[in-house]
Write a protein of this length. Sequence first.
Length: 240
Amino acid sequence: MSLRALIWDVDGTVAETEHEGHRVAFNRAFEECGLAWHWDEASYRERLHIAGGVERLVADMAGRSDAPQTTSGREALARDLHRRKTRHYAELLDAGGIQARPGVLDLMREAADAGLPQAIATTTARPNVDRLFERLLGSGWRAAFPVVLAGEDVQAKKPHPEVYLKALSTLGLQADEALAFEDSTPGLAAATGAGLRTVLTPSHYFQDVARESAWMCCPDLAQGPEGPVRLDQLVRRLQA
Ligand code: XBP
Ligand code: MG
């Protein structure tokens, strides 16, 4: 098999955005709207099994007596909170508090230098991807990422494989010609559900992820089975 693309998840894989960004931004949006709601770390870990910020908010409201009583009321509040949350998330990114996880940028740059196409297959909203990648890789980052698919681009979010299947068809590749990079239970299910071999680097909230279906698992990309994860190792391992 030849390696013809890398397909990256974003949240939790490229950076600890859930822990340091999204959860904090949701709480700021609750506060801004005068809601006495707060997602602490333990409850956010559970909530992350619902992919998509709006979906997560709607699901949370179903169990609250102080949330709007109608479905349309809950959805409208979720959309308003999510718009605010996206703004707070951007402010957190701009404040510079969110760095790439170890080894990620080295591997991305190595792939870019080698002319290996990279794709993004994420559940988060597109403005979050643009902002994060511009901060991490600079304004020309799209040159190395011909395919960027975000939450807006799919009908069904992870753990459904749609975003990965769409990434493969847009790249014009079969699943055995690419590798996916994931951090979470829903993400691993989505990538493997699309038939992709997956490099799993469990993130803060997914230290207990079941790893059996991952093709490779390591604490982060700076601590692979042979040290920092490099393209030549991945290719050798694929051919073994
Ligand atoms: C990411 C998500 C997203 C983020 C928040 O999952 O599920 O909902 O938590 O972003 P994955 P939004 O890493 O598996 O793609 O609020 O923009 O949805
Ligand atoms: Mg993720």
